[in-house]
Structures are given as C-alpha cells and as structure tokens.
Design a binder for this molecule. Structure first.
Ligand code: FES
Length: 61
C-alpha cells in the first residue's frame, strides 16, 4: 500500500525509514531522495512515527 502517492513511497519504506531513525516526515522524504509535494501523506507519516514511538516506549517498560 502506498502512503505517499506523489512520490510512490510504500508503507514498508516508511516503516524502514522510521526504524532507521526518521523522526519527522521530512526525514522520510530525505531517506527516499524526494521532497513533499501535495503533503496529503504527512499526517499519515506523523501517525506512523507516533505509533512506532509508542511501540518502543511500551517495549522499554
Ligand atoms: S501524497 Fe505524499 S506528497 Fe503528495
């Protein structure tokens, strides 16, 4: 499934970027060597980043 249709970024690629240290949507775009265009995907990316942080927080407890 695509998270970013403008740049063809898939969900798996977003998760990989987050696992590699992306903390902002801009980091995800940078990891894919592209830039934000319409920005419709930014909220979804922020949610995925927050979800990953929550998962790590619970894992650390
Ligand atoms: S859907 Fe990601 S920039 Fe447009």
């Amino acid at each position: 499934m695509y998270v970013c249709n403008c740049n063809g970024i898939r969900e798996r690629q977003v998760r990989d970027a987050i696992a590699a240290g992306a903390r902002r949507p801009a980091d995800i775009f940078k990891s894919r060597a592209c830039t934000v265009k319409c920005a419709k995907c930014v909220c979804d990316m922020r949610s995925m980043i927050a979800e990953a942080r929550e998962t790590l927080r619970f894992a650390a407890e």
